[in-house]
Design a protein around this ligand. Structure first.
Ligand code: PGA
Length: 247
C-alpha cells in the first residue's frame, strides 16, 4: 500500500493584499528538495494573481471555500469552477471557522466536495472537535461523525485530503498532544478505509492548529499524519519554510 505523499497547505484566511505575493514567491524559492506537496490558499481575489506569481514553481494554489452550485444568484459566493478557472487546484472545505460562523453542516460540506470534484479541484475537508466536546470525552465520536458526513462517495478514485483541526487549537497557540493526534488520525483512517477500501489508506490526513516551526517535526512525524494545514505561520516565508523543512 502506498503511503500518502505529504501535503503542507497554508491557509491565509482573510489575510493578504497584492504585496503579499512576494512572500508566496519567497516560499517557492525556498522549497529546496522537499518531498512534500506544498500549497497556498489565499483569499479568493488573490487566487488568480498568486497562480500567475507561482507559475513554473511546484507550489499549488487553493481556495478556502466554494459554493455547491456552478453559477447563479448567490451574491458574494465563489463557484469551484471559478477557482479552477483562476488557477486553483485545491480547495479547503468545511473549515471550523465556516462551520461556526456560517453554520456549515456536514451535508453542505459534502455537497461542496462534490462540486469541487466536478470542477477538477482537490478538496481538503476539515473536521475537528470543540474544547467542550473534547473535555466531555466526545472528540473521537464527533470527528468520526463529521468525517462520515462530510465525505461524499463521489470522492472515490479522486485526490482529496482530510484535515484534523481541533477547534480549540486554531490560532490559540495550543496544540493537541501527539498521542491525541495519533488517536484521532487513526479513527479518521478507519473511516477512510471502511468507506473507500484500500484507496482510503493513501489519503493524506493533515493536522492543523497552531503548527509552527518549533512543533512541526514532532507533529509531522506522528503516526498517520500526512502533512499540515497551517494558518498564521503560513503568512511568512520564514515560518512556513521552517515547517516544510521540518518534514
Ligand atoms: P493556525 O490555523 O495555524 O493559525 O492555528 C490553522 C487553520 O485554521 O487552518
Amino acid at each position: 500500500m502506498t503511503a500518502p505523499t505529504p501535503l503542507i497547505a497554508g491557509n491565509w484566511k482573510m489575510n493578504g493584499l497584492a504585496a503579499a505575493l512576494a512572500e508566496a514567491r519567497a516560499i517557492a524559492d525556498g522549497l529546496g528538495g522537499t518531498t512534500a506537496r506544498v500549497a497556498l490558499c489565499p483569499p479568493a481575489v488573490l487566487v488568480h494573481r498568486m497562480s500567475e506569481a507561482l507559475a513554473g514553481t511546484p507550489v499549488l494554489v487553493g481556495g478556502q471555500d466554494a459554493h455547491t452550485e456552478t453559477s447563479g444568484a448567490f451574491t458574494g459566493d465563489t463557484a469551484a469552477e471559478m477557482l479552477a478557472d483562476a488557477g486553483a487546484s485545491l480547495v479547503i472545505l468545511g473549515h471550523s471557522e465556516r462551520r461556526a460562523t456560517y453554520r456549515e453542516a456536514d451535508d453542505l460540506v459534502a455537497a461542496k466536495a462534490r462540486a469541487a470534484i466536478n470542477a477538477g479541484l482537490e478538496p481538503i475537508i476539515c473536521v475537528g472537535e470543540t474544547l467542550d466536546e473534547r473535555e466531555s470525552g466526545r472528540a473521537i465520536e464527533v470527528v468520526v461523525s463529521q468525517t462520515r458526513g462530510s465525505l461524499p462517495r463521489e470522492l472515490a478514485g479522486k485526490a482529496f485530503a482530510v484535515a484534523y483541526e481541533p477547534v480549540w487549537a486554531i490560532g490559540t497557540g495550543k496544540t493537541a498532544t501527539v498521542a491525541d493526534i495519533e488517536e484521532v488520525h487513526g479513527a479518521i483512517r478507519a473511516v477512510l478505509t471502511t468507506t473507500f477500501g484500500d484507496a482510503g489508506a493513501t489519503v493524506p490526513i493533515l493536522y492543523g492548529g497552531s503548527v509552527k516551526p518549533a512543533n512541526a517535526a514532532e507533529i509531522l512525524h506522528a503516526a498517520e499524519v500526512g502533512g499540515a494545514l497551517v494558518g498564521g505561520a503560513s503568512l511568512t516565508a520564514k515560518d512556513f519554510l521552517g515547517i516544510i523543512h521540518a518534514l
